[in-house]
Design a protein around this ligand. Structure first.
Ligand code: SF4
Length: 692
């Protein structure tokens, strides 16, 4: 176990803060023994935390922490004083702007850092004159946000964790909250189930969530629309729709009914590889429930038809009148602890803080008045699209707390593309796989060394508080970003802040959905958006009277199935990826925790016995998983948990780098990659063959 030396005497000043991992937003504090403990907070009201939260301090004083700026000289990193490193950042970014303009720079924001830090990062980008700023919401729920924003006017959870505990039916599509949002599951969703709510689980893989399910639809990856349309058909044909709700609050009903006339439940079930009787049962459970809630995750969103997948789920909620009341709605569970907030504060290429379009002159005018700068008018590049253009029209990257060389699809190609840039600066805790391609690496602050706010999955803004000293010459992220802002923009005074509270105050002046909040008002509790300036509090359940579009009605939307980009060739299996309880995202943090690595030290490839047998693969064998994009070696876990024809691997490990196998195809609306369906060959690895 790595002893967190910088924390040995910290128990006396331990202050409750927010867990740095998932979007649930549990409150934790230093336990005085190198670990964290849960403490009663706004979300984990019973002080419960999961193993990741308990291990959160393991990374804080890890020996791999960067403690000095690194600058590349003659191809190798050497340590450098801050002044030299920041000067290098300034002069190289200025050179790129002089030669190619501001749109030649791509900014990667961090879903793992605070609202204030992300706000400053996107302000730097826009002050320089580019909207090329994005965060890893692009990779997880961009399609969800696109579909929900279009139909309902807001891309976040329609409801709250608290009121979901009052539901009568949970329709969990492509999510595994029991493992991925464990405290939300145990404290809010499981009690509902124990009180009699039914659970429908739509997932190609049986996992911990499935154990609580009444119906498990183990669909083929890429057939969410077939399943949702078939369920809609049963709901309509069996009279389970909410006629009053449809009459008052929904448009496009007749056209949708016409579209359903062509849907054949049996044929759709066959395409999805599920039992039509199970589809009918799921439709009846959801359609007959007084309050039914859709929970959606990356199994839904990470397809090239991810936006349409979510549209299909929205249809189910609208048909049954399950919007605008407690215990209902469409609820994306967000991954990283501030992926919601990074988007809220404008770290997206198409919107300003508060989700107002960069093409909206009124929205721009409000921000311009505050920043005293003219803003760019065209949407910028998404981060995935930008990596495809590295070396062409993108010549520099500012990477803040992200690790795209691991997390982007077709990751080997992305890693190489970083070498095509004229300049790259990475701000991070460790020399990540992305940092290895950088020209300058700036040692930033961990979650335990900073103050600020984060926004959790059910729109609660929570405050973080420092619990540890910075190691060596590392600096607080907000200080690094404001220094860059003062250096590279011609508005240096715009980046003079007296700490995160001052940044938050400015954010409330430019973001209508945060307008009524105050730093002190959040205090040890929370404030929830939308919180208009003249309101006494934020709004819990959205869309109660009117939708966030401002309209009293929302439309139904006919969606047709879209085949996955990778068609399977002879003998190929479908690789789908996901998360497990013990690790997080690219694993840069959790793989450095001895206690989490002791729980799950290596990745495995789940493969069904019927696929393993003909390949002479046995449990524990080393197997090669490959396609035209790459090849990885991983240990086989032969199990019936995964459906036949599908193999499952996490994306938490640099080895095996599973994203070496995922493809470049993107959802046309949200530009989210198709992580959930890649054609792969699976064979016993050479070493295994020789050993036998
Ligand atoms: Fe942290 Fe999420 Fe676990 Fe809570 S459920 S302790 S926020 S990882």
């Amino acid at each position: 176990m790595t002893e967190p030396t910088v924390l040995t005497d910290r128990s006396a000043r331990a202050e409750p803060t927010v867990c740095p991992f998932c979007g649930v937003g549990c409150t934790i504090e230093y336990a005085g023994n190198g670990g964290a403990t849960g403490t009663e907070g706004p979300v984990n009201t019973n002080a419960e935390i999961c193993p990741k939260g308990a291990a959160a301090f393991d990374v804080v004083a890890h020996e791999d922490r960067l403690t000095e700026p690194l600058v590349r000289h003659d191809g190798r990193f050497v340590t450098a004083p801050w002044e030299e490193a920041l000067n290098r950042v300034r002069t190289r970014l200025e050179r790129v702007i002089d030669e190619h303009g501001p749109d030649a720079i791509q900014f990667f924001a961090s879903s793992n850092c605070t609202n204030e830090e992300n706000y400053v990062l996107q302000k730097i980008a826009r002050t320089l004159g580019t909207n090329n700023v994005d965060n890893c919401a692009r990779l997880c729920h961009a399609s969800t946000v696109a579909a929900m924003s279009e139909r309902l006017g807001a891309g976040a959870m329609t409801n709250t964790l608290d009121d979901l505990s009052e539901t009568d039916c949970l329709f969990v599509n492509g999510a595994n909250p029991a493992e991925q949002h464990p405290v939300a599951f145990r404290s809010y969703l499981l009690p509902a189930i124990q009180n009699g709510a039914s659970l429908i689980h739509v997932d190609p893989r049986a996992n911990d969530t499935t154990e609580a399910a009444d119906v498990h639809l183990s669909l083929r990856p890429g057939t969410d629309i077939q399943v949702a349309n078939a369920i809609a058909k049963v709901i309509v044909s069996e009279g389970l729709v909410d006629d009053a709700f449809l009459a008052e609050r929904v448009t496009g009903v007749d056209a949708f009914r016409e579209h359903l006339a062509d849907v054949d439940v049996k044929a759709n079930a066959e395409e999805a590889g599920v039992d039509p009787a199970a589809i009918r049962e799921a439709a009846r459970l959801f359609g007959e429930a007084e309050r039914g809630a859709v929970i959606t995750g990356m199994g839904t969103s990470q397809h090239r038809c991810g936006t349409d997948n979510v549209h299909a789920l929205l249809n189910l909620a609208l048909l049954t009148g399950n919007v605008g009341r407690p215990g209902t709605g469409v609820n994306p569970l967000r991954g990283q602890n501030n992926v919601q907030g990074a988007s809220d504060v404008g770290a997206l290429p198409g919107v300003l803080p508060g989700y107002e379009s960069v093409t909206d002159p009124d929205a721009r005018a409000r921000v311009e008045a505050e920043w005293e700068v003219e803003l760019p008018t065209e949407p910028g590049l998404t981060e995935v699209r930008a990596t495809h253009r590295f070396g062409d029209d993108i010549h520099a990257a500012v990477v803040f707390g992200e690790n795209p060389a691991v997390t982007e699809p077709n990751a080997t190609a992305v890693g190489s593309a970083f070498d095509d840039l004229d300049f790259c600066v990475v701000i991070d805790l460790f020399e990540t796989e992305t940092a290895k391609h950088a020209d300058v690496v700036l040692p930033g602050s961990s979650w335990a060394e900073k103050a600020g706010t984060v926004t959790n999955t059910d729109r609660r803004v929570l405050r973080m508080r420092p619990n540890a000293d910075l190691p060596g010459n590392a600096r607080r992220d907000l200080d690094i970003l404001t220094a860059i802002g003062r250096g590279v923009t011609d508005r240096p005074t715009e980046f003079e802040y007296d700490g995160p509270e001052a940044v938050f105050e400015e954010l409330t002046r430019v973001s209508p959905i945060y307008a009524g909040m105050t730093y002190n008002g959040i205090g040890a509790g929370y404030q929830r958006w939308p919180f208009p300036a003249d309101a006494e509090s934020g709004t819990d359940v959205l869309h109660t009277e009117t939708f966030a579009t401002g309209e009293p009605t929302a439309p139904l939307s006919a969606v047709d199935p879209v085949p996955p980009a990778d068609s399977l060739e002879d003998g190929e299996l479908t690789l789908t990826t996901g998360r497990v309880l013990q690790h997080f995202n690219s694993g840069a943090l959790t793989r450095r925790s001895d206690r989490l690595m002791a729980m799950r030290g290596e990745d495995t490839l789940q493969i069904h016995p019927a696929d393993a047998d003909p390949r002479e693969i046995e449990d524990g064998d080393s197997v090669t998983v490959s396609n035209e994009r790459g090849s990885v070696t991983v240990t086989a876990d032969v199990t019936t948990a995964v459906r036949r024809g599908v193999v499952f691997c996490t994306f938490h490990y640099a080895e095996p780098l599973v994203n070496a196998l995922t493809g470049d195809d993107l959802d046309p609306v949200a530009e989210i990659p198709e992580y959930k369906h890649s054609g792969v060959r699976v064979e016993r690895a050479e070493a295994t063959v020789e050993a036998n």
